[in-house]
Design a protein around this ligand. Structure first.
Ligand code: SF4
Length: 185
């Protein structure tokens, strides 16, 4: 089942690519402790920057369940994200290590580990449906946030306009009080 939540499009039980589903079953048999399922995206739900990787590595993301985690490929990436202020730690060790990304998100264009790290064109096309759905959801979310921000700004401007009008309102009250006092004379 396709899940689209918090910008993520993902089916944890997807077997759309028979060759990859078969390979995952083999890997699971050889390495029962490995994640060995489609690897979900990782990072901020409302990112300003999105990194798109190709596919999970056999002993990296396929083992840990987090993109670019557990092998050499991710070391440079996460250190660079940390130095840029986009990650709370310089390294990603495991899916439950507490690391968080700020304003950044990592998505694999193929979510299942392919044999020899080489997905076939059909597999890339199949999985691109998830990538497209996720990017579209992020874009919609970003448009909604922009609309909400514009509403908030309009509301604030209205609120400020009341204060801009305040001196005139005070003058009007002053004129009425003065007129009432004149009338008593
Ligand atoms: S690579 Fe993508 S489309 Fe293919 S089985 Fe895995 S999750 Fe499904």
């Amino acid at each position: 089942m396709l899940r689209v939540a918090r910008g993520e499009a993902y089916d944890p039980g997807c077997t759309r690519c028979p060759r990859l589903a078969e390979f995952l079953a083999e890997v699971h048999g050889s390495y029962p402790d490995y994640w060995a399922r489609p690897v979900p995206s990782f990072g901020a739900a409302d990112p300003r920057i999105v990194f798109v990787g190709l596919a999970p590595g056999l002993h990296g993301a396929n083992r840990t369940g987090r993109p670019f985690t557990g092998d050499y490929a991710g070391e440079l990436l996460y250190r660079t994200l940390y130095e840029a202020g986009l990650a709370t730690r310089p390294e990603s060790i495991a899916a439950d290590d507490g690391l968080e990304l700020r304003h950044a998100r990592i998505i694999n264009s193929v979510k299942c580990v392919p044999p020899g790290n080489k997905p076939l064109p059909d597999e890339i096309r199949s999985c691109n449906a998830y990538l497209k759905a996720e990017l579209a959801a992020l874009e919609r979310q970003s448009a909604e946030l922009t609309a909400r921000w514009q509403q908030e700004m309009a509301h604030r401007e209205e609120h400020l306009a009341q204060f801009t009008d305040l001196p005139e309102a005070i003058w009007e009250a002053h004129r009425r009080v003065a007129a009432a006092l004149d009338a008593q004379d």
